[in-house]
Design a protein. Structure first.
Length: 94
């Protein structure tokens, strides 16, 4: 799912918006599971100690949410959509 959404970010803006929203939703839906895995010491021990990888994953996932939003803000915001329509010369642009 993550790979498909990431590939969708490489498409034109009309499709990229859906891929960005889907990737943001996927990252946000999976985040509580990663938090739970970090808080509850999992059933495995990583080489760096118990659940170190889980605790590293939690802030990085929030960083990924911010990066996806920032990189696609032109198609995710209302003004970005208007700008894209005006740039393309759409007949209904204001």
């Amino acid at each position: 799912m993550f790979l498909a959404a990431a590939i969708g970010l490489l498409t034109p803006a009309s499709i990229r918006r859906y891929a960005a929203v889907g990737l943001l939703a996927l990252l946000l839906v999976v985040w509580p599971g990663n938090w739970y895995g970090a808080v509850e010491a999992g059933s495995y021990v990583s080489p760096g100690g118990p659940n170190v990888i889980d605790w590293i994953r939690v802030p990085f996932q929030l960083l990924f949410v911010a990066v996806v939003w920032w990189a696609n803000r032109d198609v995710l915001t209302r003004d970005g959509i208007r700008w894209y329509v005006r740039r393309r010369g759409h007949p209904h642009a204001r």
